[in-house]
Design a protein around this ligand. Sequence first.
Ligand code: HEC
Ligand code: HEC
Length: 307
Amino acid sequence: MPDRTVALGHKIFLDPRLSADGKTSCSTCHIPGSAFSDANPVAIGHHGLAGTRNTPSLTATLASGRTTFFWDGRRDKLEDAVMDPFSNPVEMGLHDRTAVASKVTSLNDYSGWIASNEPAEQVDRKISAALASYLRGLPLAPTRFERFTRGDDTAIDEREKLGMQLFAGKGQCGACHKLSDARLTDDLFHRSGVSMDDIANALPSLTQGVLERNLSGTSLGDRVATHTNEAQLGHFMVSHKVADLETFATPSLREVRLTAPYMHDGSVRTLDDAVDREVYYRGLDTGYPIGLTAQERGDLKAFLGTL
Ligand code: HEC
Ligand code: HEC
């Protein structure tokens, strides 16, 4: 991609004028200095409106050639995923997707990229391509763990090495958070165990409603961001398969030390708590408790700090 396209993507990413209150940009929630995430449990969009899900980090967005985006996997192309926030009712709140193209066309400082008489569909394509190339091109400085795997034995210390062995072995974390992947994920959906109790009684009517409405893409995103209970149904919202109820995409663990709070609903405040929760729940899920001593948990947490 030419640098000009990336520069346009960068400019749009930072531009609060493309929102309903003129104050909310992509970077309001995806803060460049915080691994492109923020410190809120759930996203806070235009006019202070709260969504239902935790803002994921965007580093290494495409490092693994992935085909599912969002916690529930409702988009399969980055070019589509980057356009949804503009018209999401609790994110940037524009009336619809076409409003983005007309706003950008009307702003003088975009004239280097977009002519005032350019057809709206063409402008729309330019914006989506520019945002996608900007995110794809984000620089990926090697993490300490990556320096270690590339032969720098001093990049991680002895305790962190013990933690790495637990992560790959006894802790079974590597089964889903793949150490060979830049984002440390398998890009698959797994039962989460987070917040399940909240919706247990309502499941029959919730799932029935989802099947009847049969939404996808942008309209599904709008619905999920404004209905807390349905947001807990996870990949079921997309596949409509009972087996996918309450499953969520394995999140990236790259720079996980910077992305608190954790989990799809941001309900877990610290990394220590997230690790304790995962050790407990993953054992519960498979029926084989993962027995780790306090010392071993400490080692595991130390290792996560190198990712
Ligand atoms: C109000 C906060 C907020 C704003 C503003 C926002 N996002 Fe997000 N972003 C989120 C949340 C929350 C999610 C997860 C939503 C879900 O999974 O249902 C997300 C998910 C994403 C994803 C998918 C990431 C993944 O790993 O699956 C991409 C890509 C993305 N946003 C790009 C953007 C772009 C580009 C903009 C600006 C046009 C933007 N976001 C504006 C909060 C925000
Ligand atoms: C069966 C697959 C699977 C295994 C095994 C697994 N995880 Fe996870 N992990 C997930 C999924 C899915 C989530 C998101 C759950 C949610 O948000 O509801 C997650 C979330 C996390 C988070 C929070 C990340 C964030 O940004 O919100 C951390 C930290 C984490 N896991 C660490 C671990 C550790 C440590 C282990 C080993 C003890 C482990 N996981 C084992 C699938 C797995």
